[in-house]
Design a protein around this ligand. Structure first.
Ligand SMILES: N[C@@H](CCC(=O)N[C@@H](CS)C(=O)NCC(=O)O)C(=O)O
Length: 221
């Protein structure tokens, strides 16, 4: 019997962060590693991402995408959810606990990630505008409001709702976008939470695999 073809995801050929875990193929790689599903990676350039062949997979011309047989998916959250549904290990069996874990997936992507992305835009895209210095503290304070609320809910628990789940995977991936900003350090339980996620062997394997792509290649920006 031939082995089944593993799913293929797309990732940056050259990454703005040089493979330090911020590009969103990282969360998909991490999910694969958590459930023990082998996967292939097709690297795409910024030009290729905007061409029709890639847009057929991803209407917004971005990474990551996921292909398995006839199925093509985009959106990192949808891909992680698909992996979590297909394999044991990322969503609880109990129906209510599963629904709560899925709720945390949405919270990571819909409530926490937008203000954190806004900060990246404020720094990278708007950084040279005359009003940038006034705007950045406002953006950062909006992040602090959400971090304070999340910190209050997490308390001294290891994970957001019982055992580690796809909700934690996405939440940690999102919080890691604040690495180097110092903001996360203001919330010791959230710093410890992200460190706990990073210490998982599956995270390490995913991180090393992403970083290996860029060995010897300079970041794009
Ligand atoms: N909401 C999407 C966002 C995808 C996204 O922004 N991908 C980035 C890499 S992390 C990208 O492809 N950027 C290049 C571009 O937008 O041109 C997801 O979660 O998958």
């Amino acid at each position: 019997m031939p082995l089944p073809t593993p799913p293929t995801i797309t990732a940056f050929e050259r990454s703005p962060d040089g493979g330090k875990g911020r590009a969103r193929d990282m969360r998909v790689r991490w999910a694969f590693e958590e459930v023990g599903q082998p996967y292939d990676v097709r690297l795409v350039s910024f030009t290729e991402m905007k061409e029709p062949a890639h847009r057929a997979l991803h209407p917004f011309g971005q990474i990551p995408t996921y292909e398995e047989g006839d199925l093509a998916l985009f959106e990192s959250g949808a891909i992680v959810f698909h992996i979590a549904e297909r394999h044991a290990g990322l969503l609880p069996d109990d129906a209510n606990a599963r629904a709560r874990a899925i709720t945390w997936m949405f919270a990571a992507l819909n409530t926490m990630e937008p203000p954190i992305l806004d900060r990246e835009i404020a720094k990278l895209v708007e950084g040279k505008k005359t009003w940038s210095e006034q705007r950045l503290p406002l953006v950062e304070d909006r992040i602090r409001v959400r971090l304070g609320e999340l910190s209050g809910r997490l308390g001294d628990a290891d994970w957001l709702d019982g055992a580690f789940s796809a909700g934690d995977l996405l939440m940690v991936a999102v919080l890691l976008r604040l690495s180097g900003s110092g903001i996360l350090d203001e919330y010791p339980n959230l710093s410890a939470y992200t460190a706990r996620g990073q210490a998982r062997p599956a995270f390490q394997r995913a991180f090393d695999a992403q970083l290996a792509v860029f060995a010897g290649r300079p970041p794009t920006g």
